[in-house]
Each structure stands twice: as C-alpha cells, then as structure tokens.
Design a protein around this ligand. Structure first.
Ligand SMILES: *Cc1c(COP(=O)(O)O)cnc(C)c1O
Length: 395
C-alpha cells in the first residue's frame, strides 16, 4: 500500500476523510490506529534541542501523538486552520471566549445559548470587566444595532439549546466582521458534518465531543477549531491555560470519529421519525425541530445545513406538573438525564423562562427535550404511548 499523498488527501470525499483523517500507520509500526500515549515528560536528545525545542513534542500539556491526531482530524473535517482540545465542551466554550476577549470588552450572546455558557459570562467574564448583552436568537442582520465601540465577540448557537431556534449565522457573521468582532459558534448539534462552520463565517467553532463524537456517553471532551485569522491566538490561549484533554478520551473520540457519519445519519432518521410521530399525537402542541418543514427555522436550516441530529423538543398541550411527572417517571426506555449524543434515548423537561433575559419563553404548555438513541423506534413509541396514557390519567 502506498502512503496517502497530501494532494490525494485534499481530493477525498467526506466519508473517506473520516476513515483516514488523523492517522499515520507508518508512525505506529503499521498499526492502524494511533495508540494512547500517556505521559508528561518528553526527553530531548541534546542541550541544543532543549534550547531550540525543535522536536515534535516538547511537553505533554502542549500535546501528544494521540491528542494531535484528533486535533488534525478535526481540523480537516471542520475545514479549519487549527483545533485545540479541552477537557469538556464547556471548557472549550470558556477557552474560545477567553481567546477572543479582554478586560473592558463587550460580548453579544444569543439568548438561546447553552445554560452554563451564560453562567460563565455572568460570573467569570463579569468579574474580568467584560460585559455581556444577550440578544434574540432570531435577530439576524439587525444585530448591528447592538454593537458598541468595544464589542469584540458574538457568540452564536444554532439551533438553540433546548428551544431549537435557527440563527442566520452568515448574516450575523457579516455584521460582526464589519465591526472587526470575532464570531464564535457552539456547533455541537450539527457537527461540522452537517454544518461546516468556517465556510459560513465562523471564526471559532466549538464542539462538545462529549456528544456525537464520543457517541457512547462514556467521556467528556471539547474541541475548538479556528480559521486562519484566529488560529494563532487560539493556540496561544490554549498553551497559556494548559487546559488539556486526557489521552484516553482523545483516543475514544478518534475511535468515535470513524463511525460518526453513520451514527449521525441514523440519529437524523430516528429523530425525524419520532418527531413526526410526536407531531401527530393529540397530546402534543408543537414539535421544535428545524428539519421539519413546519418549523419556523426550517428555511435557514435548509439553506445552510445538510442534515439534522437526533435531539429536538416538543411542547405538550397544557398539563399539570404532576401529569408530566407521571408520564416521565414511568418511562422504561427513555432515561432522564442531561447530555445527549449517546446510543441511548433520553428525555428531560425544561423551562427556558427561568434563565432567559432578552426574549420571552411562553410556549403554551410543558416542554420536553428528546434525544433519540439507536433503539428500535417502535419500542420507543410503545414506551411513550404508555407515558401519554399516564399523562392523560393524571390530573
Ligand atoms: C453538552 C453541551 C455542551 C457542553 O459539553 P460538556 O462536555 O458536557 O461540558 C456545550 N454546548 C452544547 C450545545 C451542549 O449541548
């Protein structure tokens, strides 16, 4: 077998890239995968190399062959200039924000952002003298009105956490760049497979690898990818923090990467099937899923995204909290828990009105978020069928 040349590599289609990215069997005695390199110290061959640091790895906080393999694979997949790993998705978000911001800056954050992102902005960033303004996720190009002379970053997330509003990322990015601000996006839901962030104007893209990259609910990891303009600053910030991911977790994410497209396609089809089934139920008021033509965000989704994943929400017709608890407590296949992207189905009740500040959340009934796993769809529907019977039987 001949070694893959860089020219061929550039021509590869996505599925082939997923198989080959971040692997060099020649460097691993012919073994297919890059193994787990554990370690802190790297030995230098001479005083000269200690001084010039001209060897590939200098200390494990800066990377190992395992972490670099994942970084390189993700960079290729995301169409980025560089990628750094963090010990969790949330750590990746904080790293991206601290790459873009300094004391005295003003930050714009979508009101639909992942809850813990808001917590970081309202506590740590506030203490550093960085002010956050939350904006309506549907703002589009009108975000221009919110810019101040010191606005240096805009955080986007599409679709929104729990509530699934689609954001017009290219329109927001155009305005942000006209103001020389950094565009940050939490792209965990679509992954670069369904939304290549840097092609749409995103400077720093975040992925919680904990979700679909891992795919098995057995690890925490985050990734931040950067375009050419932000790559150096991202790498410098990463080096300053040494907020690094563990070698086993990086290894498991490389393993997950190989089957990520297959798993995502299955999550998409299972998710759509369950969303359609739910939208036909008498107990359901609305389904929040941008890949459904009835969704208000569908046009943007269809324009910018090439697929959807298995996470969406539904709004039930008005019901008491006891009735919702009776429905959920008795489910046998849907677990109740945070996180998502694994092989197992989950459901959580949620209420965005407890934290939103720029927009009103009054959906008209109790809200549930579903993560659809790899179980047989009919078994999942049977479980929910019985759940709906409990909902109706409880006052
Ligand atoms: C889960 C999640 C994160 C955080 O990932 P962790 O690895 O759990 O810290 C960030 N953003 C979104 C949209 C998420 O759903």
């Amino acid at each position: 077998m001949s070694k893959l040349t860089n020219d061929t590599r550039k021509q590869l289609r996505r599925r082939t890239r997923l198989v080959h990215a971040g692997r060099d069997p020649d460097q691993q005695f012919g073994f297919v995968n890059t193994p787990i390199y554990r370690g802190s110290t790297v030995l230098y061959p001479s005083v000269e190399s200690l001084t010039t640091r001209d060897i590939p790895y200098t200390y494990a906080t800066k990377g190992t062959p395992t972490t670099r393999a994942l970084e390189e694979a993700w960079t290729e997949l995301a169409g980025a200039a560089d990628t750094v790993l963090a010990p969790s998705g949330l750590a990746a978000i904080t790293l991206a924000l601290l790459t873009a911001l300094k004391a005295g800056d003003h930050l714009l954050v979508t009101d639909s952002a992942y809850g813990p992102t808001r917590h970081f902005c309202d506590t740590v960033l506030a203490r550093l003298g960085i002010e956050t303004t939350y904006y309506d996720p549907l703002v589009g190009a009108d975000i221009a009105a919110l810019f101040r002379p010191n606005t240096t970053a805009v955080l986007t997330e599409a679709p929104g956490s729990q509530s699934f509003e689609m954001q017009d990322i290219p329109a927001i990015a155009a305005v942000a760049h006209a103001h020389k601000a950094c565009v940050i996006m939490d792209n965990t839901w679509a992954t670069p497979l369904f939304f290549p962030p840097h092609e749409h104007g995103v400077d720093l893209a975040i992925e919680a690898g904990t979700k679909y990259l891992s795919g098995h609910s057995d690890l925490l990891l985050g990734l931040v990818s950067a375009n050419r303009a932000w790559a150096k600053r991202l790498r410098n910030t990463f080096d300053a923090f040494a907020m690094c991911a563990g070698p086993e977790d990086a290894f498991l994410c490389l393993r997950g990467l190989r089957s990520m497209e297959l798993r995502l396609r299955e999550a998409e089809s299972q998710g759509l099937a369950l969303a359609r089934w739910l939208s036909g139920r008498d107990e359901v008021l609305r389904v929040l899923h941008p890949a459904l033509p009835s969704d208000p965000g569908h046009a943007i989704w269809a324009r910018d995204f090439s697929g959807s994943s298995g996470l969406f929400s539904v709004i039930l017709k008005p019901a008491s909290s006891q009735a919702v608890a009776a429905m959920l407590d008795g489910l046998e296949l849907f677990g109740m828990g945070y996180s998502w992207g694994g092989f197992e189905s989950l459901v959580i009740p949620f209420d965005c009105s407890t934290y939103r500040t720029a927009t009103k959340w009054a959906p008209g009934g109790p809200a549930l978020r579903f993560q659809v796993g790899l179980e047989d769809l009919e078994d999942l529907q049977d479980d929910l069928d019985k759940g709906f019977a409990r909902l109706k039987a409880t006052k």
